[in-house]
Write a protein that binds this ligand. Structure first.
Ligand code: GAF
Length: 390
């Protein structure tokens, strides 16, 4: 990809002298969904799919953004003197939002820059194409403008801040953190209340992790994502009348069951129940994995799906069918919706000798019902965002 990016940069900006290359992954979450803005645990990993970028500083205050995935937009031009979200910028509001977030931290770049990107994360699939682009931009700015003080965690927080405050999705920290901190062949067990984390090796000798893309595009800004977040905040506020807690992640199911009636609203009670139960499941799942009990891990993935479908209500009929079909295949250890929901992908752990049957059963059943193909990706867990050798 480096060659194509470099050739495009040359074509657009006349030379490639002084350019640098970068890569930032997407992510898949194995378990721990909608827990990250509830002070709970998550267990995602970075992918080898991601976003590539080539960039170079300019001498003036202009920024140029170009996406090789969206050639029809042409070059998007913005100025360091007007860091505002504009509809015409479209996708470029993501990198621009990161420049804005850098400026809020006191790191407004002293010159503009040219940046060309290309990515292979299917768009709107729940595999964090936006976090990938945000952290990519952060890595580029840190490197081009030699902002050594910013750590990888800072880049994740800056990405989240820009998404929350510049692009209107009130997301948690999971995606940007995973993209910034990913480690080859490891998932990240992250406590989102403290940002303490540990890497957990994913060593599945006789199984693979497979992502299935429903191709139902989700857009978290327009979806009910922010509404779910508010429902959890309301439930927490009600519980705080009785309990000395900071987040729903501070609760276990026994305490939740004892106090849940103070929430009053049955819908908000269901949302909070999911957040509490999912956090407990995630902790248990990582324990199971560490002790080599992948079967238990898979069962917890399945329970996670049921909870996201029935209590959190972020699934849809396409995703439910993918999961139901997966569950019907012997050799599927676990399968669930992954990411924000309202479309997107499922993640399944499938025994090697069942992969063919899995793809046929899920693929054919899905096409029969909805008239188009689902896509399958075998997960390779990769490293976090970084500069590449030119
Ligand atoms: C999206 C958000 F960006 C994450 O912060 C997280 O809440 C996830 O949905 C659900 O677990 O990817």
């Amino acid at each position: 990809m480096k060659e194509q990016l470099t050739a495009k940069f040359q074509e657009l900006f006349g030379s490639t002298e002084g350019t640098r290359l970068y890569f930032s992954p997407g992510r898949v979450n194995l378990i721990g969904e909608h827990t990250d803005y509830n002070g709970g645990h998550v267990f995602p990993c970075a992918l080898t799919l991601g976003t590539y970028g080539i960039a170079r500083k300019r001498k003036d205050r202009i920024m140029h953004f170009y996406s090789m995935n969206l050639d029809s937009f042409g070059i998007v031009e913005a100025s360091l003197d007007d860091l505002t979200n504009k509809e015409v910028y479209d996708w470029a509001n993501y990198p621009l939002g990161v420049v804005w977030a850098f400026s809020k931290r006191g790191y407004l770049p002293d010159t503009g820059f040219d940046m060309v990107i290309w990515g292979n994360i299917p768009n709107g699939s729940g595999l964090s194409s936006s976090a990938s682009l945000e952290v990519l931009t952060g890595v580029i700015l840190k490197d081009l403008f030699e902002i050594d003080k910013l750590s990888r965690t800072d880049l994740a927080l800056i990405g989240q801040y820009s998404e929350n405050n510049f692009n209107g999705c009130n997301c948690g920290i999971m995606d940007q953190f995973t993209v910034a901190m990913g480690k080859k062949d490891n998932a990240i067990f992250l406590d989102t209340a403290t940002l303490n984390f540990e890497y957990a090796p994913i060593e599945l000798d006789d199984a693979k992790i497979i992502i299935t893309n429903s191709k139902v595009k989700h857009n978290l800004v327009d979806s009910k994502y922010n509404e779910r977040r508010q429902e959890c905040a309301d439930a927490l506020a009600a519980l705080q009348e009785e309990l000395d807690i900071n987040t729903l992640g501070d609760l276990d199911m026994d305490i939740f069951d004892k106090f849940k009636d103070v929430i009053k609203d049955p819908v908000k009670t269901k949302r909070a129940k999911h957040a509490v139960a999912e956090n407990q499941r995630t902790i248990e799942a990582v324990k199971a994995l560490k002790s080599g009990d992948i079967i238990r891990f898979g069962k917890l993935m399945n329970q996670s799906h049921v909870s996201l479908r029935d209590d959190y209500e972020v699934s849809c009929e396409e995703i439910d069918l993918l999961v139901d079909l997966a569950w019907s295949v012997p050799g599927v250890i676990g399968s669930r919706i992954t990411g924000g929901g309202f479309g997107g992908c499922t993640v399944s752990i499938v025994k090697n000798d069942a992969i063919d049957t899995f793809m046929k059963t899920v693929g054919n059943g899905y096409k029969e019902c909805f008239g188009y193909d689902a896509d399958f990706y075998t997960v390779e867990i990769g490293d976090g965002a970084r500069k590449l050798d030119n």
